[in-house]
Design a protein. Structure first.
Length: 261
């Protein structure tokens, strides 16, 4: 696979070790509908099968990362497969052996924030607005009720979901909802620097870290140790361990800490 799939509500661009999945309904601020959901499933399945890809970026075309359910679809009745289709895609992002990074700008509301919660890391522009608004409309944000408490803790997650409040990037960073803040006026450069940092990781180490931290709340210490020992041996045997170490040593020698927070 390589190049760009240029049609449809979700674009997939594979460029060496980095794949970019872009929500492509800018005229709707990337609001989610069933076609987008099915296209996301297909894109995630395709990139998950690509052995050379190390990092998967989730992005939004136009002024928004992603907003809630498309109002036209709400008016016609939400299809029965809408939530299951999204959740299949989210689970595939969580389960793949690649790092998934949500690159958030503009609005990340409702379904837009839900997909970001399924990523391993979230890079956020200082111009963003984030929130789960479902409670305002007598609903709840699907498995945001599962992922958000695991990310930021039960109390803050319950408050955000019940209130339907939005948060600015500074508050999102303080809560641990986003991992890196990048100034809006240098967002492209800052994202590139961070993606380069994470792409430099050994794929074996990145996959092991993702797997073990993903299970941290669902297993015992002894079971975690039993899983960690063979994974560590795989990392030590991986051919790119020396290369990854050299890249990180070089980066540590030159990095001034100004690219992000």
């Amino acid at each position: 696979m390589g190049g760009v799939i240029t049609a449809g509500p979700v674009l997939l661009d594979v460029d060496g070790p980095v794949a970019t999945i872009t929500f492509n309904r800018p005229e709707k601020l990337n609001a989610a509908d069933l076609a987008q959901s099915h296209a996301l499933e297909a894109a995630v399945a395709a990139v998950g099968a690509e052995p050379e890809v190390r990092v998967v970026l989730l992005r939004g075309a136009g002024r928004s990362f992603g907003t809630g359910i498309d109002r036209d679809m709400v008016g016609d009745g939400v299809p029965a497969d809408f939530m299951p289709s999204h959740e299949r895609a989210y689970a595939a992002l969580e389960d793949m052996d690649k790092l998934v990074i949500a690159v958030i700008h503009g609005h990340a509301l409702g379904a837009g924030l839900l997909v970001a919660l399924a990523a391993d890391l979230r890079i956020c522009s200082t111009d963003a607005v984030l929130g789960l608004l479902a409670a305002r409309y007598g609903l709840f944000p699907a498995l945001g009720t599962f992922r958000l408490p695991r990310l930021i803790g039960l109390g803050p997650a319950r408050r955000l979901i019940l209130s339907g409040d939005t948060v600015d990037p500074e508050e999102a960073y303080r809560l641990g909802l986003v991992d890196h803040l990048v100034p809006a006026d240098r967002f492209a450069e800052g994202v590139d620097e961070l993606v380069t940092r994470y792409t430099a990781l050994s794929p074996a180490a990145a996959a092991a870290i993702k797997h073990l931290t993903g299970r941290a709340f669902d297993t015992t210490r002894d079971a975690a140790l039993a899983e960690a020992v063979p994974l560590l041996q795989q990392c030590l045997a991986a051919p790119d361990v020396a290369t990854a170490s050299a890249v990180w040593r070089a980066r540590s020698a030159h990095h001034d800490g100004s690219a992000d927070r």
